[in-house]
Write a protein that binds this ligand. Structure first.
Ligand code: NAD
Length: 500
């Protein structure tokens, strides 16, 4: 049986009027499991309007009430997260434990946003000038649009909407059309938590829906996460329409292993971070930079571990699931062909995998390349699949130069037992998120997530203090209240006010 995945507006499902639908597939079987509505311009206006109508009263809702609803949402999410993880596995393909991990990392942001009353406190200065006080406050923006990628259908939207809503904004979420059900499930959960209708909305669709959000005069800000070409487009188009925008793009994350590192720790980390979620993570390690003379030893340890991995249906007891669509699976397999043709040494070939799942699933097993060089496509392009490339270098400086020459700057890691080398690495690399003996350094919710260079367009990162900043704007109020006992006050003075 296939499900129908609609938009969500005014606190209810909305079919839209476009009569356009896209198939949603189960990547472990290849079967069509549902159809998702694709918005027309008119449908987008209807959903944005729902957010606009709710905007004024939600912004005027007390901090106490907003916080209570966030707490209720957190409690419901915590008790029902298994259901959400099951939905994610069915449409994305990642294994259930990984889907649960994604929900938990999103939940951290909800927990952070429960402290909104503290986070929104302004400053106050009494008697800044004689009889004059100054205070600052941060107000919501209005309607904000969130456009998310397929690879984290729950966590990435949760980087943004808990803070946006807690700060008094209303939200239109445009999820990926590849795995759109999580967004609807979340919309229902908000309703159960007591969120007023219209505060959280879902707009399903493709470029038409995205463009409607970017161009609508009723949308004040856009948070986008996806591939770099689309991030760049979204940044330019939303800016051109006068919006505040943060657009997080693609990545090519390097993990440097120095000769003094613990090679077992490094090999475990490379396998976990290279193949977890089938490499469909923006913080996945796709390049391992081995600083000689350890490369032979390290590659042998990684290969040994990789050969033990089981690929299959994420509902079962396996390590790695399928890729999200057949087209994406074929694109990644094309990179394996290209690496082989370019002369990289194919140590493990994922094209030959015997998967524990449906015959027509989108399978590609863990793939390991050695002797990869920076001119090869498999080094230059973001593959976004279970392909780990080993580049051998002879010095620390060569490793850092590779990272800094790369167009992306999302995440990177160094493995070493030398504190001085790790500190130097932290200073030297032009990357937004750095791990020291930690391969996937995704910051906790109370810090901010974001890359440098072509991994982020805009200047504000997601969640943490920067997230609160992004979803609010400042007012500074300078006030004088007359003390009747101290009259006369005021008087004529046409010069520029000075503080005395
Ligand atoms: P994508 O760019 O194809 O899609 C992202 C969103 O943009 C989706 O909602 C999609 O419907 C929409 N979209 C697609 N084509 C569009 C177009 N032509 N015009 C307007 N909108 C369009 O990305 P994806 O394949 O869903 O996700 C994978 C990518 O996301 C990878 O590049 C990955 O690195 C990146 N990503 C980055 C981060 C980060 O934090 N930097 C996090 C997760 C994913």
């Amino acid at each position: 049986m296939t499900s129908t995945i609609t938009h969500w507006a005014d606190g209810a499902g909305y079919d839209g009027t476009s009569h356009l639908w896209a198939d949603v597939t189960n990547p472990a079987t290849g079967d069509v499991s549902g159809r998702v509505a694709l918005a027309s311009d008119r449908d987008a206006r209807f959903v944005i309007d729902s957010a606009k109508q709710a905007s004024e009263s939600w912004a005027a809702t007390s901090l106490a009430r907003r916080t209570q609803i966030l707490f209720a949402f957190r409690e419901l999410l915590n008790s029902r997260k298994d259901e959400l993880a099951t939905l994610i596995t069915a449409e994305h393909g990642k294994v259930h434990s990984d889907a649960l991990g994604e929900v938990s990392r999103g939940q951290e942001v909800v927990e952070f946003a429960c402290g909104i009353a503290h986070l929104l406190k302004g400053a106050q200065s009494g008697n800044a000038s004689t009889g004059v006080d100054v205070h600052s406050r941060r107000d919501p923006l209005g309607v904000v649009g969130i456009i998310s990628p397929f690879n984290f259908p729950a966590m990435v939207p949760m980087w943004f909407f808990p803070i946006a809503i807690a700060a008094g904004n209303t939200v239109v979420l445009k999820p990926s059309e590849k795995d759109p059900s999580a967004a609807l499930w979340i919309a229902n959960l908000w309703k159960d938590a007591g969120l007023p209708d219209g505060v959280f909305n879902v707009l399903q669709g493709d470029k038409v829906a995205v463009d409607a959000l970017l161009q609508s005069p009723d949308v004040a800000a856009i948070s986008f996460v996806g591939s770099t070409p689309i991030a760049e487009y979204v940044y330019e188009e939303a800016s051109r329409h006068g919006k505040r925008v943060q657009a997080l793009g693609g990545a090519k994350n390097h993990m440097v292993v120095l000769p003094d590192a613990d090679l077992d720790l490094a090999a475990d980390a490379a396998v976990n971070a290279g193949y977890g979620s089938a490499g469909e993570r923006c913080m996945a390690i796709s390049v391992l930079v081995a600083v000689e003379p350890i490369a032979d030893d390290l590659v042998a340890r990684i290969a040994e571990r990789t050969r033990t991995l089981r690929t299959g249906d994420g509902t079962g007891d396996v390590d790695m699931g399928p890729l999200v669509t057949k087209a994406h699976r074929d694109r990644v397999a094309g990179f394996v062909d290209s690496g082989e043709q370019a002369g990289a040494k194919l140590v493990i070939d994922g094209r030959e995998v015997q998967a524990e799942g449906g015959r027509d699933g989108f399978w590609l097993g863990p793939t390991l390349f050695d002797h990869v060089t920076p001119e090869m496509d498999i080094y230059r392009e973001e593959i976004f699949g279970p392909v780990l490339s080993v580049v051998r270098v002879s010095s620390y400086d060569e490793a850092v130069a590779l990272i800094n020459d790369n167009q992306y700057g999302n995440g990177t890691a160094v493995f070493t037992n030398d504190g001085g080398a790790a500190r130097r690495f932290e200073n030297d690399v032009q990357v937004g998120m750095i791990g020291v003996n930690v391969p996937i350094p995704v910051p906790v919710a109370y810090y901010s997530f974001g890359g440098w260079k072509r991994s982020l367009f805009g200047d504000t990162h997601a969640h943490g203090a920067e997230g609160v900043h992004f979803f609010t704007r400042a007012k500074v109020v300078t006030s004088r209240w007359i003390n009747p006992a101290a009259r006369p006050a005021g008087g004529l003075e046409l010069g520029f006010p000075q503080n005395v």
